[in-house]
Design a protein around this ligand. Structure first.
Ligand code: NAP
Length: 363
């Protein structure tokens, strides 16, 4: 396997998630960023001038000097694109790329619930990739999405429980970081010393996306999982890391000890172990009474490991716990990169310059 076999374009490269892609791909063994695209406000400028770079580390040198392109397939020199576009424009632009024969690995919400589009977490539902075969936008172009950032973390905790037990309902209160709102995001006078008990559209996403992701592939379709979810989403003055306070009701007797055992021993499906961005462990269980905390634990596994603590019997449902995930890494750019790695290893990016990888080449 050649290093940097796939040439990658990033749509929405100047935004908060677009920048995270560029940071995470700087040393990636399979993918090299060769094109960046954003709105007409940015197109034509060198990336270093167009982006309000938020990371403390410098912009990776090969990207800093790239000229920002308009979001048109003919303008980009790449084998596939990651989309970190604003959702007000992502739907049409992503479809245009798929119709032009370009695979799109998206973060945006627009195609997540499309019945032919996988809503993918490689360690959770890799078999849903089969939906791609029936999309039909063009011979080579397709769209794959990753879930909403708060859904992603919760699902990583629920998949092991769904496999081991019969989950009936989940009640969750989300404490969501400011970076989830992009940049500049929430006005500082609203954010500092405050909690905002409303994030537009978020509670609906948490009620619907998990049923698709945890659903079963039956023929060419996904049969949604039979569980009820109720979410309350709040914005809190935390920089990175969505914290979920969840309470789960099971059909049958399940207690906190059994939930802890299952989360500690869960092994992701075979076929994902060679993916460079796959963390080990997938979920870490923390036993100290004041964990997990965004400040201390959000960077576990490079931001890809989900942390669970406070696992207790619940007098209202059956078991409650607190779960932490990195919203712009596992919940956005890192999750999408892992999706693209699965696509490459499963041969869906076979039209690229090189054969799909068969062996890990480093992290
Ligand atoms: P953001 O900081 O506002 O960035 C939006 C990007 O879209 C910028 O690069 C912007 O380019 C580009 N854009 C805006 N209008 C455009 C147009 N008309 N044509 C072409 N490009 C346009 O947003 P973000 O937080 O990075 O989020 C990006 C996407 O990821 C959104 O769909 C969001 O819902 C999703 N997402 C975000 C998170 C998170 O934690 N932040 C997590 C999961 C998913 P200019 O700079 O040129 O305006």
């Amino acid at each position: 396997m050649d290093e940097h076999a796939y040439r990658v374009g990033i749509l929405g490269a100047t935004g908060a998630v677009g920048q995270t892609f560029i940071r995470l791909l700087a040393d990636h063994p399979w993918f090299s960023v060769t094109s960046v695209a954003a709105s007409q406000r940015s197109a034509g400028k060198p990336y270093r001038e167009a982006a309000n770079w938020l990371s403390g580390a410098p912009i990776p040198a090969p990207v800093a000097s790239l000229e920002v392109q308009p979001t048109e397939p003919s303008a980009l020199d790449c084998d596939f694109v990651f989309s970190a576009l604003d959702s007000s424009v992502a739907g049409g632009i992503e479809q245009t790329f798929a119709e032009a024969g370009v695979p799109v690995v998206s973060n945006a919400k627009n195609h997540r619930m499309h019945e032919r589009v996988p809503l993918l977490i490689p360690e959770v539902n890799p078999e849903h990739l089969a939906l791609i075969d029936t999309q039909g936008w063009s011979a080579d172009g397709f769209i794959v999405t990753n879930p909403n950032c708060s859904t992603t973390g919760l699902i990583c905790g629920l998949r092991p429980l769904m496999d081991a037990f019969d989950v009936e309902a989940v009640q969750v209160t989300m404490l969501q970081a400011l970076s989830g709102a992009g940049y500049p995001g929430v006005p500082s006078l609203d954010a500092v010393g405050n909690v905002i008990p409303h994030i537009g559209g978020e509670e609906d996403k948490l009620a619907t996306e998990p049923r698709k992701i945890l659903g079963t592939l039956e023929g060419e379709d996904i049969a949604p999982a039979d569980l009820t979810l109720s979410a309350q989403c709040t914005r809190v003055p935390v920089r990175n890391g969505h914290l979920a306070c969840a309470s789960v009701r099971f059909r049958g007797d399940v207690d906190a000890e059994a939930v802890g055992d299952v989360l500690r021993t869960y092994e992701a499906p075979a076929g994902t172990e060679t993916l460079p961005s796959r963390p080990d462990p997938f979920v870490q269980v923390l036993d100290t009474p004041d964990a997990p905390q965004p400040q201390r634990h959000v960077k576990a596994g490079g931001g890809m490991t989900v942390s669970v603590g406070r696992i207790q019997d619940c007098p209202v449902n059956d078991v409650k716990f607190v779960l932490l995930s990195h919203n712009t890494v596992r919940g956005a750019a890192g999750g999408a990169i892992l999706n693209a790695e699965l696509l490459a290893s499963e041969g869906y990016l076979a039209e690229a310059q090189a054969e799909p990888p068969t062996e890990p080449t480093g992290a």
